[in-house]
Write a protein that binds this ligand. Structure first.
Ligand code: ME8
Length: 620
């Protein structure tokens, strides 16, 4: 009864956001549920620290890649702590044993003939350090990088290739035998059709990137970051490999499904490992209908929510709001509504009603209850039926549906209390009051078994309060005579107006910053100019003094371009000028406007205007 599950290892080019939290919380909920069911669980997470992405991010911050990784890893570990994630090991791909093992596997595949040296030709973007796809747009016969919009160059690179093409049939056979390998089924279909449409050999080394694991027998080559990263699932087990491999469950976002459901099993087959049992691909958290991502910059820091509502509310929301596999649109409003309705009201009410009455009437210890009534039997029977359904749903990772049914049941407990009105009886009929409270508490106690994996800390607090700690989750196991204690508000209601006052203020500020009206935009006098003279500034070695033909007059611009452009590269260029910028003195030279350039990590790329556009033309 072992269960080995993993999250993706996250890139360290930015801090973790709600998307990363989502995957890791799903893993933690499953790990805790499996432990409850008696499994010997190993839960692995970690960080992906090699490759061009990290190298580039570090460079732009003036750090070494390792320095950046060391800093970022702290944010990931801290967040997992705050979210109460119980992982068994945190792997970093810069760890010695991982690097050694990956290099070893690479050499083994080379020896076996699964990896060979070849050459690859394609359009390469030096800025992004990657080949651009075949369907990228072209401009004058040159492909344009879809990520940064820059020009690419056609290059031929010597690389090592993995014979992915030989695995088409074995993969399709494997999918046929394991039709549930990928969950949900829609993702499985996507994977099968990807493989059916043909597999090309995969380039698995780079010579253009320095930050990564070197091929021992040919150190000019660095192992492709995905080959390196995927093997974390093997290396991360270290001396426990024999006990836990193969992985029972890889959890990941749908963005990286092909890497996990196609490349990964092919690498494993080639290296002679057993294949993982299941891949669970979840959807994306969106903000305003766009995927939350570092690249777009619309990420949400989970710490803000944890600080305001506690980690369990965040965990609950993530698991309840959207079924795994579907995308979810995040909004503070929906978070707050769910929090108040489900946690503060429904769960909070049962707890405060039952504990308050138990303390008030019986000093916290329920006396012997009167004989069971049909309404009690009803609650018990409906729980027994529901619990089977919940087990099935949890076993198939349908948490949102399960939680929705559990909350229906919590609602029925509140309804039972309202109908039986124990507060009217009080001590007058202590047997009857005790029976009603006991039924409500038993029902709550049973539900807690399934709430625990989702909200472990709060569940423990509730168990402590109702005297149910250490008792096996079973209807009859919770009895009269247990010690019920005073419990404060575990999920205090958060006032919507108060909350949004702050939120809206923040949003308004953001809007002021991010939006300009069209009228404001038109105030900018953007005009085409042609550089007709380039002089080096005498007392400033970064500056050029440019003379620019604006159609009906010439003007002088001062630009910090000397490190990046030679005078002959600038002369004759048609550029975009902010013509109504207030003139300013820069190092003693008057600048009558500003030219536009794209800023790539501090390096300017001048925006150019097609030759046929005459100077003086308005740009808008
Ligand atoms: O892909 N919604 O790392 P990464 C939901 N290093 N989940 C999201 C999300 C969103 N908006 N954004 C990110 C990598 N995620 C590789 C993985 S594994 C061998 C190597 C989650 O930092 C989701 O799990 O880009 C997604 O698959 C993962 O973060 C990508 O993290």
């Amino acid at each position: 009864m072992k269960f080995y599950l993993t999250t993706p290892i996250y890139y360290v080019n930015g801090r973790p956001h709600l998307g990363h939290a989502y995957t890791t919380v799903i893993g933690d909920v499953i790990a805790r549920y499996k432990k409850l069911k008696g499994y010997d669980v190993f839960y692995l997470t970690g960080t992906d620290e090699h490759g061009g992405k990290i190298e580039k991010a570090a460079k732009s911050m003036g750090k070494t890649p390792k320095q950046l990784a060391d800093e970022m890893v702290v944010h990931f570990r801290d967040l997992w702590k705050e979210l109460n994630i119980e992982y068994d090991f945190f792997i970093r791909t810069t760890m010695d044993f991982h690097e050694k093992k990956v290099a070893e596997i690479f050499e083994k595949l080379k020896e076996k003939g699964y990896v060979y040296k070849g050459s690859y030709s394609g359009w390469y973007c030096y800025n992004c350090e990657s080949f651009v796809p075949e369907d990228a747009e072209e401009e004058n016969g040159v492909r344009i990088c879809p990520d940064c919009g820059g020009k690419t160059e056609f290059i031929t690179e010597e690389n090592y290739f993995f014979r992915l093409s030989s695995f088409q049939k074995p993969l399709l056979d494997f999918y046929r035998k394991n039709p549930d390998f990928v969950q949900p089924a829609t993702m499985m279909n996507k994977v099968v059709s990807f493989v059916e449409s043909g597999l090309k050999d995969l380039s698995i080394t780079r010579t253009t990137i320095g930050w990564g694991i070197k091929v021992p027998s040919d150190p000019a080559h660095v192992i492709y970051v995905w080959f390196d990263a995927l093997f974390n699932y093997v290396t991360g087990l270290r001396d426990k490999f024999d006990k836990y491999w193969p992985a029972d469950l890889h959890i990941l976002g749908k963005d990286i499904i092909i890497f996990h459901a196609v490349y990964w099993p092919a690498f494993l087959m080639a290296a002679g490992y057993e294949l993982p049992k299941k891949i669970l691909a979840h959807g994306w958290w969106l903000v305003n209908k766009k995927k939350m991502s570092k690249h777009i910059g619309n990420v949400l820091d989970p710490k803000i929510l944890i600080d305001a509502f506690g980690e369990d509310a965040v965990r609950y929301f993530l698991m309840r709001e959207t079924p795994i596999g579907q995308d979810g649109n995040f909004s503070h409003e929906s978070f707050l509504e769910r929090y108040n309705a489900d946690l503060a009201n429904e769960l909070g009410n049962i707890l405060s009603r039952t504990t308050t009455m138990a303390l008030k009437y019986f000093d916290g210890v329920l006396p012997s209850p009167g004989p069971k009534q049909p309404s009690d039997q009803n609650m018990e029977d409906s729980w027994k039926e529901l619990s089977n359904q919940i087990e099935e749903l949890y076993d198939s990772y349908q948490f949102s549906r399960a939680l929705s049914l559990l909350w229906d049941y919590l609602r029925s407990i509140n309804k039972y209390l309202v109908e039986t009105e124990p507060w009217r009886l009080g001590q007058k009929d202590s047997q009857k009051t005790s029976r009603i409270l006991l039924t409500a508490l038993r029902a709550l106690f049973c539900v807690l078994k399934y709430i625990y994996p989702v909200m472990p800390r709060s569940t423990e607090k509730i168990l402590e309060a109702i005297g149910g700690k250490g008792i096996e989750f079973d209807w009859d196991a919770y009895k009269e005579g247990l010690k019920i204690k005073e419990v404060g508000k575990i999920f205090p209601r958060v006032d919507k107006e108060e909350f949004f006052k702050e939120e809206i203020k923040m949003e308004e500020k953001k809007e002021e910053k991010t939006y300009v009206t069209i009228d404001e935009f038109f105030k900018m006098g953007l005009k085409v100019g042609k550089i007709v003279e380039v002089k080096e500034a005498e007392n400033a070695n970064k500056l050029y003094i440019l003379k620019v033909d604006m159609g009906d007059h010439e003007r002088q611009l001062v630009a910090g371009l000397r490190q990046y452009y030679r005078p002959e590269e600038l002369l004759g260029k048609k550029i975009v000028v902010v013509s109504n910028l207030k003139p300013a003195k820069i190092r003693g030279y008057e600048s009558q406007g500003m030219l536009l350039a794209a800023d790539v990590n501090g390096r300017p790329y001048i925006l150019q205007v097609p030759d046929e556009v005459p100077p003086g033309t308005t740009v808008r």
